[in-house]
Design a protein around this ligand. Structure first.
Ligand SMILES: *Cc1c(COP(=O)(O)O)cnc(C)c1O
Length: 425
């Protein structure tokens, strides 16, 4: 009986499915999840002592590598000053100033404890600000697990193949309207029909919870224009893309200014942090300045703020994202070549430190273009790679993440594993 199997058996006795977040359970690829004992740089080590080149990076946060020295040092220093005060602390100001500086669309920012909190607070704010109830989201986009967003959602919801979720009242779900990603005509039609009731359009500007899907040229601008026309709030959910595809996030890549932006993942450097921010006029609707209530006992936690700030400094170094994109490119080109050599139909895309792998002629542009054949091939590929020491996302519906600690040797090891894995499909 292996240590891993033993742990998973025990975990299932006391934790639903043995995991604290569904995708981790490997249901999307089959088999048992690996219990990780520690991680360093670009590698994770399981309880059996195996090592893996890691391409999930805790689902994004580990952009500067596991156990990053600067982040660890900042956290260690903060620990000795006390773990939580429930009163304002200097580190909150430091991080907020840094965010406002890095992202021009953000005048003011509020810290929370997760991406889910950020998005659910952002739509409450948008509803309070506009006095409207409806929101629009896109098929296959994931915005955390709050009630309003579990309608045609991505990520684990897709992985488990559930269309919505029991427990979300129809009265709530009915206020969430959905259209396909990358179809501006359908969005325009929907806004024409009910734009005056739409508090917000919320979007992952680069969709990363249904593999990785880029916005077509003009799509985000079209969304911006529609929001201006109907007085709706444009929310970019950059929980994944923020500080991941570029220092300024997807809004910098496509040069679009949203009204509100949500963050998570990278912003906490590995500790539980989320944030939402944007135009001062809107942010001033939040309590205690304005009437929209939002709060948190551990929000702005000093350890989390210290980790976040150290992370922001790490990624602000000149050339960080160029270097990261270079690593992504080396990886992606190597994988493509390996697939071509093995005669496997395969395509890819990447921006900054985020990439998508597709078992199809072309990368998909919407959820509908993702195929079940592609999903089946991905499952096999995942296990072939895992057996060779490469840890890809345990689901065909997730993006891949690379870090500044993925050196040429580890990337080449990954490509070699892929050469064998594609041949084994
Ligand atoms: C991960 C994610 C969330 C949810 O963040 P949590 O910290 O898991 O609650 C929301 N939106 C997007 C785009 C995400 O990728």
């Amino acid at each position: 009986m292996s240590k891993n199997h033993d742990l998973f058996e025990k975990a299932q006795q006391v934790i639903p499915g043995g995991v604290n977040s569904p995708v981790r359970a490997f249901k999307g690829v089959g088999g048992e999840p690996l219990f990780i004992s520690h991680a360093k740089g670009a590698e994770m080590f399981d309880v059996e002592g195996n090592s893996y080149v890691d391409y999930i990076g805790s689902w994004g946060p580990m952009i500067a590598g596991h156990g990053n020295e600067a982040v660890l040092k900042a956290v260690h220093a903060a620990v000795d000053n006390g773990l939580s005060f429930g009163a304002p602390a200097p580190a909150e100001v430091t991080l907020a100033e840094k965010i406002c500086q890095m992202i021009p669309s953000i005048d003011k920012v509020r810290m929370v404890n997760s991406g889910t909190e950020a998005t659910m607070s952002a739509i409450r704010l948008a509803r309070g600000f506009t006095g409207r109830n409806k929101i629009i989201k896109f098929e296959g986009c994931y915005h955390g697990h709050a009630d309003s967003f579990l309608v045609k959602a991505g990520s684990g919801v897709l992985t488990l193949g559930i269309p919505g979720s029991p427990g979300v009242p129809d009265a709530v779900a009915d206020l969430t309207l959905t259209v396909p990603f990358n179809d501006l005509d359908q969005l325009s039609e929907l806004m024409k029909a009910c734009g005056d009731d739409v508090a917000a359009i919320i979007v992952e500007p680069i969709a990363g919870n249904m593999n990785m899907i880029e916005p077509l040229p003009g799509y985000l601008q079209g969304m911006r224009d529609l929001c201006d026309e109907y007085g709706s709030v444009l929310i970019f959910d950059e929980v994944m893309t923020g500080f991941r595809v570029a220092l300024g996030g997807a809004q910098a890549v496509y040069d679009i200014t949203p009204d509100l932006t949500t963050f998570g993942k990278v912003i906490g450097g590995g500790l539980p942090v989320g944030a939402f921010g944007g135009r001062e006029e809107i942010m001033n609707y939040i309590a205690p300045v304005g009437p929209v209530y939002q709060a948190g006992t551990l929000s702005g936690n000093p350890l989390a703020m210290a980790a976040g700030y150290a992370m922001m400094k790490e990624i602000s170094v000149d050339g960080f994202y160029q270097d990261l994109a270079g690593k992504s490119e080396r990886l992606i080109q190597g994988l493509q070549q390996a697939a071509d050599d093995a005669g496997v139909t395969f395509s890819t895309r990447f921006i900054g430190g985020m990439f998508g792998l597709f078992f199809s002629e072309q990368p998909a542009n919407s959820f509908d273009e993702l195929t079940s054949e592609g999903e089946a091939l991905y499952k096999k590929f995942f296990h072939e790679m895992l057996n060779r020491g490469v840890y890809l996302a345990p689901s065909a519906y997730e993006a891949g993440f690379i870090s500044s600690k993925h050196d040429d040797a580890l990337i080449d090891l990954t490509i070699k594993a892929a050469q064998e894995s594609f041949k084994a499909l």
